[in-house]
Design a binder for this molecule. Structure first.
Ligand code: ADP
Ligand code: MG
Ligand code: MG
Length: 876
C-alpha cells in the first residue's frame, strides 16, 4: 500500500505529534477521550516535506487522498462539502510539532460561495450569521492564500462602520454585511483581476498549499531559530468541521488556561466574547469577558466547560491552554496544548502538581523550559527608585520583569534602534506576528489594546520578555510617533519603564536591582540536583561573578580566563612592559610585578568558591591584544622602558599578526616564554596554600593549559608547572593536591587525544575555539555571513550558540573515547558557551562528561538541563 498522508482525527492520538503536528495529535487525542470537538482530518507533516521536496506542488495522489477523506468527513457529519443542501463548512489550520502561536495562518468558514451562503442563510434562518461568516472567509482566504493584505479589508469594514454610525462589528445588520461582502469581492477582483473563487474543492487545496507555504515565511523562520525548531520538521494541516460562535447572543468563542499562566494560581483562567468567531478574542477587537460571567449567563454550559478543562489537565498531566466555541449554547473544544507560562508560574505549577500527586518529580522537571529560568534571575525595579516615578498608566501584567527604554513606535524602529545600541520599549496599539523581530529587540513591550491572551502577551511570555498589555488610557499615534497619556505627549526621545508583574507604566528611566530567589525555585532546583548526574561549574574571572555563581548553585569554576585580569588599568601598563620586553630579565622583572596581583586575584576566587575546585587557564590570547594603540600610551610606555618611541613602534609592529586567532597564543606563549607559566603557577599554588591555611579548606587548583594540539606541547608546559609547583610545596612544607590538564579545542588534539591523555589529569572542551577551528570560520567574523546561511537554509542555528553535534560533536566524541581509552577515569568537562545551552548539555550528558561550565546566570539553566537529560536518558 502506498504511504498514508491524510488521517481522520479518529485515526490518530497524542503520541503522533511528529506526523500530525501538535494540534492534530491533540485533536485526535481529544476525539478518543470523548471531548466534544468538531470532526476533521489532518494532512501530515510528511506531506508538507514532500511538498517542498517536489518543488512546492502537492502531488495528484495526495490531492486525491484529501478529497477521499473529505468524503468520509461528509459521511460522518451528514453534511455535503459545496453542496446545496446542508453544506459542510470547514476550517483549514496549520499545526507544527511544536506550537508556534500565531506564526502561521488559519482560514475559517471554507466552503462558502455565493450559492452556499444563501443555503446557510436559509437553513439557519440567520442571514446575518451567513454573511458575517462569508465576509470573514473572503478576507482570510484573500490574505492567506492570495496575498491580499487583511488590513485592506479591515479598512473597508472600518469605513462601513463609520458610514453606518456604529462602533462594533456586531452592530452591523444582515443587509450591511451583504453589502460588505459585495465590497470585499469587488476589492478582491480589483486586486487580483479575477472573481473570488467559487469552487470549494479548489479553495480547499489552495488553502492547504498556502499553509504549507507559510511554513517558510520570514516570521516563521525567525520564530523557529529562536525556539530551536528545525525547518525540516514541516507543518501539518488540519481540516475541521466549523462550529460557529458568531450565531448570535447564545454563541461565542474564547480561550482558557487550566491554571493562571502568569502566576500559576490553581484556578481556571479564561476569557470569551459572545457572538464572535475564532480569533476575535485574541485580536483585541472587543474587550473579552472573564469566564466568571459565563457562569451567570449559561450555568450549564459553564459547568460542562469546567469539567472538560479539568479532565484535559488530568489527562495531560500539565497545565492546558485551550480554545473553545459555544454554538447556540452547545460547547465545543477546538484545541488543547500544554500552555505557555511565565517562569514564576511554571515553577509554582510544577511544585504544586507534585504536591497534588498529579506528576512525579521527574515529570515536573521536564515541565519547565530551562531557558525560562533565565527570566527569574534577571533584575526587577529598585522599589525606592520606583516611588520617585509617576505611574502614567496601568495595563494588564501580561509578562513579568522590569524594562526601561526610550519609546519605539514600530517593530522595525525597535529593531534598528536596538542594533544601534539603544534600549527601547516597543509601544503599539496591539502587536501582530510580523512584529516578532521588534519584540525580540525591545527591552519590553507595551500595547494599548488586548488581553492576557493577546498576541503580545503570549509571545512575550514565551520569550521571557516583559510585557504590559491593554493599557487603554494611552493613545498612540504610530504615524507621527507620539504617545499621549492624560494630555501629556511623549516622543521617541522619552523614557518609559514597564513593570510586567503589576502592569504599571512609569514615566522615566528606573534603576533595577538583582532578583531574589527563593521558595518554589529552591524546591524545584533541589529536585533537579537530586536527579542529575552531570555536575555544573561556572566560568568566572572575578570573585563577584564566582560568588554570584555559587548562589546559583555552581559546584566549582570550570574556567578562569587569567588574561581578563590584566586589562585593569593598573595592570595593563605592567603587562605591556612584559610583552614588549626583549630580554628574559626584562620580562621576569615585569612578571615579578604582576605576581602579587595575580595571586591576589586567585585568593579572591578561591575564597568566593568556598573550597570548591577552581580551574585556572593560563594566558591565552595573542599578546599584541594588550598593546597600546594611542600615541600617549605609546609615549608613556617608551619612557618607562627607556626606549625611543620609534624603537617601541618597531617592536609593536613586529608583534603584528595576520591571523591572530591562529597565531602566537595559548600554550605557544609559554613555550616561547616559560617564565610566564612559572609566574602563573606560582600565583595559583601560593594562593591555594594561603587560602587553605587561612580557611582550613582543601581547595584543589586545576591548572589548564590552553590550545594544545600536540602532546609534546603539553608535556613541555606541564614540566614547567610541576617543577615550579612542587618546589613551592616542598619549600612551604605543606600538602597540596593540584591537577594539570588541558583544554581540548583544536581538532588535532581530538584525534590524538589518546596520546594527550597520558599527560593530562583532565580535559576541558573549549567548544568555542573547537567550533571555529572545525568550521574554519572565526566567531568574530561569522556573524556577517551566517545570516545568509540561515536565509538560504544551509544552517538552521548558530553553531556558536548551540553545539553542532554532527560535526564538532564528533570531535568531542572521538576525544572522549580516545582519552578514556587510555585513562579510564580521565575527568572531562566543557567550558565553552555551549555549557549553558540546554540541547548541548544533553549531548554532553549522553557522551559521559563529568561537568559543564557556563556563565553564572546560566548555571541554573544548566542544572535543570542536566536533570532533564538524566530523566530522558538515565546514566550510571
Ligand atoms: P492558531 O494556531 O493561530 O491558534 P487556529 O488554527 O487554532 O490558529 O485557529 C484560529 C482560530 O480559529 C482559533 O480561535 C480557533 O479556535 C478558531 N477555529 C479554528 N477552527 C475552527 C472550527 N472548525 N470551528 C470554529 N472555530 C475554529
Ligand atoms: Mg492563526
Ligand atoms: Mg489556536
Amino acid at each position: 500500500m502506498s504511504k498514508k498522508y491524510v488521517y481522520l482525527f479518529s485515526e490518530g492520538d497524542a503520541t503522533m505529534k511528529n506526523l500530525l503536528g501538535g494540534k492534530g495529535a491533540n485533536l485526535a487525542e481529544m476525539t478518543n477521550i470523548g471531548i466534544p470537538i468538531p470532526m476533521g482530518f489532518t494532512v501530515t507533516t510528511e506531506a508538507c516535506n514532500k511538498y517542498y521536496d517536489d518543488e512546492k506542488v502537492i502531488t495528484p495522489e495526495i490531492i486525491e487522498e484529501i478529497h477521499a477523506t473529505m468524503n468520509k468527513l461528509e459521511e460522518v457529519t451528514g453534511k455535503s462539502f459545496g453542496g446545496t443542501v446542508n453544506p459542510l463548512l470547514v476550517s483549514v489550520r496549520s499545526g507544527a510539532r511544536a506550537s508556534m502561536p500565531g506564526m502561521m495562518d488559519t482560514i475559517l468558514n471554507l466552503g462558502l460561495n455565493d450559492e452556499t451562503v444563501e443555503v446557510v442563510a436559509k437553513e439557519t434562518g440567520n442571514e446575518r450569521f451567513a454573511y458575517d461568516s462569508y465576509r470573514r472567509f473572503i478576507m482570510m482566504f484573500a490574505d492567506v492564500v492570495m496575498d491580499v493584505d487583511k488590513k485592506d479589508f479591515e479598512e473597508i469594514l472600518h469605513e462601513m462602520k463609520e458610514e453606518k454610525g456604529v462602533e462594533l462589528d456586531t452592530e452591523l445588520s444582515a443587509e450591511d454585511l451583504k453589502e460588505l461582502v459585495v465590497k470585499f469581492k469587488n476589492y478582491y477582483k480589483e486586486r487580483k483581476g479575477e472573481d473570488f473563487p467559487q469552487d470549494p474543492k479548489a479553495q480547499l487545496i489552495e488553502s492547504i498549499t498556502a499553509v504549507f507555504r507559510s511554513w517558510d515565511n520570514p516570521r516563521a523562520n525567525v520564530y523557529r531559530r529562536m525556539n530551536d525548531i528545525p525547518s525540516s520538521w514541516g507543518t501539518a494541516v488540519n481540516v475541521q468541521e466549523m462550529v460557529f460562535g458568531n450565531k448570535g447572543e447564545t454563541s461565542g468563542s474564547g480561550v482558557a488556561f487550566s491554571r493562571n499562566p502568569a502566576t500559576g494560581e490553581r484556578k481556571i483562567f479564561a476569557e470569551y466574547l459572545m457572538n464572535a468567531q475564532g480569533e476575535d478574542v485574541v485580536a483585541g477587537i472587543r474587550t473579552p469577558q472573564p469566564i466568571e460571567e459565563l457562569e451567570k449567563q449559561m450555568p450549564e454550559t459553564y459547568n460542562q466547560f469546567v469539567e472538560i478543562v479539568n479532565k484535559l489537565e488530568n489527562h495531560y498531566h500539565d497545565m492546558q491552554d485551550m480554545e473553545f466555541t459555544i454554538e447556540e449554547g452547545k460547547l465545543f473544544f477546538l484545541q488543547t496544548r500544554n500552555g505557555k507560562r511565565t517562569a514564576q508560574a511554571a515553577l509554582k505549577i510544577a511544585v504544586d502538581m507534585v504536591e497534588e500527586g498529579l506528576v512525579t518529580k521527574e515529570q515536573a522537571i521536564l515541565m519547565m523550559d530551562p531557558k525560562q529560568l533565565d527570566t527569574l534571575l534577571h533584575p526587577a525595579f529598585d522599589t525606592e527608585e520606583m516611588k520617585k516615578h509617576e505611574i502614567i498608566a496601568t495595563g494588564l501584567p501580561a509578562s513579568p520583569g522590569a524594562a526601561t527604554g526610550k519609546i519605539a513606535f514600530s517593530a522595525l524602529e525597535a529593531k534598528e534602534r536596538h542594533e544601534a545600541g539603544e534600549k527601547v520599549i516597543l509601544v503599539r496599539q496591539e502587536t501582530s506576528p510580523e512584529d516578532i523581530e521588534g519584540m525580540i529587540a525591545a527591552e519590553g513591550i507595551l500595547t494599548v489594546r488586548g488581553g492576557m491572551t493577546s498576541h503580545a502577551a503570549v509571545v512575550a511570555r514565551g520569550m521571557g520578555a516583559c510585557c504590559v498589555a491593554g493599557a487603554g488610557a494611552i493613545k498612540v499615534d504610530e504615524k507621527n510617533k507620539t504617545m499621549t497619556v492624560n494630555g501629556k505627549v511623549y516622543s521617541s526621545e522619552d523614557y518609559i519603564s514597564l513593570d510586567g508583574s503589576t502592569g504599571d507604566v512609569y514615566e522615566g528611566n528606573i534603576a533595577t536591582v538583582e532578583p531574589e530567589i527563593s521558595g518554589h525555585f529552591g524546591t524545584f532546583m533541589s529536585w533537579a540536583d537530586e536527579i542529575r548526574s552531570l555536575k555544573v561549574r561556572t566560568n568566572a574571572d572575578t570573585p563577584h561573578d564566582a560568588a554570584q555563581a555559587i548562589k546559583f548553585g555552581a559546584e566549582g569554576i570550570g574556567l578562569t580566563r587569567t588574561e581578563h585580569m590584566f586589562f585593569a588599568e593598573d595592570r595593563i601598563f605592567i603587562m605591556r612592559q612584559m610583552i614588549v620586553a626583549r630580554t628574559e630579565e626584562a620580562r621576569r622583572a615585569a612578571l615579578e610585578k604582576l605576581l602579587p596581583m595575580q595571586k591576589g586575584d586567585f585568593k579572591g576566587l578561591y575564597k568566593a568558591m568556598e573550597g570548591h575546585p577552581v580551574t585556572v587557564r593560563f594566558l591565552d590570547p595573542p599578546l599584541h591584544e594588550f598593546l597600546p594603540t594611542k600615541e600617549k600610551e605609546i609615549a608613556d610606555l617608551a619612557a618607562e622602558l627607556k626606549l625611543s618611541v620609534a624603537d617601541l613602534n618597531g617592536i609593536i609592529s613586529d608583534l603584528h599578526e595576520f591571523n591572530p586567532m591562529m597565531g602566537h597564543r595559548g600554550c605557544r606563549l609559554s613555550i616561547s616564554y616559560p617564565e610566564i607559566a612559572e609566574m602563573q603557577t606560582r600565583a595559583v599554588i601560593e594562593a591555594a596554600i594561603e587560602v587553605n591555611e587561612e580557611m582550613g579548606w582543601n581547595t584543589v587548583p586545576e591548572i589548564m593549559i590552553p590550545l594544545v594540539g600536540e602532546v609534546n606541547e603539553l608535556k613541555y608546559v606541564k614540566n614547567i608547572v610541576k617543577k615550579t609547583a612542587d618546589a613551592i610545596i616542598a619549600e612551604k612544607g605543606v600538602e597540596l593536591k593540584y591537577l594539570v590538564g588541558t583544554m581540548i579545542e583544536i581538532p588535532r588534539a581530538c584525534v590524538t587525544a589518546d596520546e594527550i591523555a597520558k599527560e593530562a589529569d583532565f580535559f576541558s572542551f573549549g567548544t568555542n575555539d573547537l567550533t571555529q577551528m572545525s568550521f574554519g570560520f572565526s566567531r568574530d567574523d561569522a556573524g556577517t555571513f551566517l545570516k545568509h546561511y540561515y536565509d538560504k537554509k544551509i544552517y538552521d542555528f548558530d553553531p556558536f550558540a548551540k553545539l553542532d553535534q554532527t560535526g564538532v560533536g564528533q570531535f568531542v566524541k572521538i576525544a572522549v573515547e580516545k582519552g578514556r581509552g587510555v585513562k579510564e577515569n580521565l575527568k572531562l568537562g566543557v567550558c565553552g558557551e555551549h555549557g549553558g545551552d540546554p540541547s548541548s548539555v544533553h549531548f554532553f550528558h549522553e557522551n559521559g562528561l563529568d561537568y559543564v561550565s557556563c556563565s553564572p546566570f546560566r548555571v541554573p539553566v544548566a542544572r535543570l538541563a542536566a536533570a532533564q537529560a538524566q530523566v530522558k536518558n538515565p546514566r550510571k
